[in-house]
Design a protein around this ligand. Sequence first.
Ligand SMILES: Cc1ncc(COP(=O)(O)O)c(C=O)c1O
Length: 316
Amino acid sequence: MPLSTWYQLYGAALPKQWLQPLHHPLLTQHQLTLWVMRDDLHHHNISGNKWRKLKYILHQALLDNASGILSFGGAYSNHLHALAAAGYQLGLPTAAIVRGEASSRSNPTLSDAQHWGMNLEFVDRQQYRRRQEAGWLAELALRYPGYVIVPEGGSCAAALPGVAQVWQDLSHALNQQQIASHIDHLILPVASGGTLAGLLSKRPSQTQVTGYAVLKGARWLPDEICRLYPAARQNNGWHIALNHHGGGYAKCSVLDKSDIDLLAQQLTLPLEPIYSGKALLGLFRDIAAGLYPAGSRLVFLHTGGLQGARATLKLR
Ligand SMILES: Cc1ncc(COP(=O)(O)O)c(C=O)c1O
């Protein structure tokens, strides 16, 4: 029964080692304490923030007896990869509109998705830009009757409650490890903004949330976050760091890539250069610049996406 599979998927205890302290000379030098929340450990294929964002979307689709779920993404999308894996596990058909670079049609991300039964439709960039237009969505709804249509990245109101549970898990893990529960900063990578919006919906007042944008020129992001979670406009406990994008989405310089690899080695933490590595490198550079006051207690949300590291990244 798919609903019982959903309960198995989401009913398990937090993974062992979900909250880990990180050790690094820079942290000692700046008198900071840093933990990582290993959301990448929840599930091998439904990883990180996707596991959280999809939680109630999948639940509702199963309750409503939906015919399937259709979503949108690029050719290396962690979201499509996770959705395909979840659909396969739950017996729920999945389909995707893929922004189609013809050359990447058979990459490992999409091969997995197809293996899990996801139906892929490739469209060019111009058509893909129409992904929020009512006209095209209505056309897709006719072609995929009974399917739930989920926006790119899974970022929509239904994704927020699953993400907000990070706080509950964090306070549980701090308690279990007998660590005083006060956290000053929660840090995470940001792309479409859904994860940050979900965190803001239940943010404890003593914790500032800082998102590190992995996209270039993402000045629109605060507005997008407020669209997803309107109360964010009255909430001043958050901020987006816009200058650590490293040249743009999925771009990385040779120097940044080697700094990310070094950090991964020093921290004994798996990182990829598109999200977790880029954001953590940004955080360490901001720590070196003195942006986090001595004595602060920080947690970094590892949002998963390690499957994306199989793609060959063009280094600048
Ligand atoms: C691994 C990973 N981390 C972070 C993000 C950013 O999350 P959001 O799009 O909710 O800002 C994404 C998705 O885009 C992702 O795949």
